[in-house]
Design a protein around this ligand. Sequence first.
Ligand code: GLC
Ligand code: GLC
Length: 650
Amino acid sequence: MYEQFSHSLLNEILDKLKPKIRKQDLHHFYTRLGANFYSLFLIFEQLYGQRDDFNEHLLYLVETMARQYIKRPRNLRRSDLAREKDFNWFLDQKWVGMTLYADGFADNLKGVQAKLAYLQELGVNLVHIMPILKCPKGASDGGYAVSDFRKINDKIGTLENVKNLAKEMKQREMLLTLDVVVNHVSDEHEWAQKARSGDPRYQDYFYCFENRKIPDMFEQTLPEIFPDQAPGNFTWDETMHKWVMTVFNTYQWDLNYSNPAVFIEMLDVLLFWANQGVDILRLDAVAFLWKKIGSTSQNEYEAHKLLQLFKDCCQITAPGVVFIAEAIVAPVEIVKYFGEDAINAKECEIAYNATLMALLWDAVATKNAKLLTQGIKNLPDKLERATWLNYIRCHDDIGLGFTNEDIAQAGYEPRSHREFIINYFAGKFENSSARGLLFAHNKKNNDARISGTLTSLIGLEKALEENDPEKIDIIIQHILLLHSIIFSFGGIPLIYYGDELGTINDYSYIEDISKANDSRWAHRPRIDWENAMRRKQPGTVEYKIFNALKKMIAVRKKVSEFSDFNNRKLLEISNPQLLAYVRFNIKTRKSVLVVGNFDAHPQYLNLFELETQGFQMGEHIRDLYSGNTPTLFKDQLVLPPYRFYWLAGN
Ligand code: GLC
Ligand code: GLC
């Protein structure tokens, strides 16, 4: 939108730009700046308009973008233009992701590069590499305590390695995703060091307090993220002689975004990584960006404004790059990270579907789809040009992020139901074969989250120990069922490395003092590549899982109904053990029925129920995954234990 005041301000800013910048050919940059400036200005003013130095910061912001645009390599500028044209590129069903640790997966970045062929063998074409930046030697929250945003952890590689990897991935048409930890830095970061040494400019990069007055006020409403390993939200710094806000671990200092200098520094970091050839930036812990006394300091209005501002600036400088929001919060809050206004307020194009993840685990424990169906029914609508990251496991713990209302609607009492799920995965019941570990156990309210690999949580670790082939095969079906949902739900499926090979918990973290109090390390495995070769040996667990996933991925990529244009309809069916939804292609008017049996016994789907909801299966139903016609019994579709179907008529 054209608006006089902001436009004349923009003219002034452009006149003040350094001659070095003005000399360049910034044609596309200026077009995008003009298009986004009003929105950018409004947000920047809302956040920082009170300050005397507002105009200086705005100039500095524009300069930062221009400098990064000038540095943007030509091939990336070309890809920006192509993606601006094909702007729904990331909604296509062809994308299939995997998250991995460079060291756990293949020792280092070079190792990851050497294993790209393995990923392609499976069908993965989007790789999220967990934090690779310089971080403290001991505990570093798995690299989420960053000491330098532009240096690579030397155990993992060099910047050159990242560039080579990005280059080869582009040649192979794969997408690279890296983290930017926007909420906090390690206490070894230069800014923290300077703050510690008494520099007021850098103390203003953090939340530092001389006494407990304000921290105590904050504590009244702030929850604890790591109540056992890092209770409280402030840490006394002996050198600085001040309390500093540390919402996560004591060595992770929260950044103070009420200071515009912090925003601009972090924008510079985002654009730096965009310029290294990263396609997707995963913005870590975005719910926490703005702190307010008297609130939980999560999902604050200003946190959304900051993300909108990051998005506006990134669209001006590197529009081909999209963001993932890592906001593991309540279902109604998560969707807000796409932006609340369909046109102006875009934030992150992709968000972790933490709700679906937790619901799937509920269905595993209860062996029915009651809450799963209920939770999906109430999943808030998302915007156009926004998509989910659908996952079963990731490097973090499982939090039961669905709502009490949905639990009650599904027919359970919320408190005891949550307790049941946690106890189930902790393996506390005789009939539970789960091998989960408690995480962030809050002894004050007995709340806990769960760690463990998919294989161990779902009971395969135990079945393997018992060497029970029948049980093993049924549990493999169960693993495939969960994947069939994340591959067909709508969004980008994200496989967690090791799951494709049935990797079990790694209990060795207990012997490492920097990891022992954090059970999430149990599910951050080191891949045994000799063992991985068993994927080529028929009959092995590795073979069965790997090849089934490979096939599922190949089928997904061919089914245009699985692309994500908000084209899913949940079906209401009377059998609570089953989940059923239809995916349709608006253009071709074709559809695919996805149905899964979450029970350990065969179940039936009454086909009449589908017809009353407008879904006709036609004469010749075929399961797209197996290529077979499924068994029908008196107008009922038969689903063996934990079986899924992707059904299409013709
Ligand atoms: C994110 C990461 C998690 C980390 C936290 C703090 O939630 O996924 O692993 O502990 O941020 O950085
Ligand atoms: C909480 C946070 C999430 C983080 C996780 C780590 O759930 O909301 O951001 O990843 O803790 O355990």
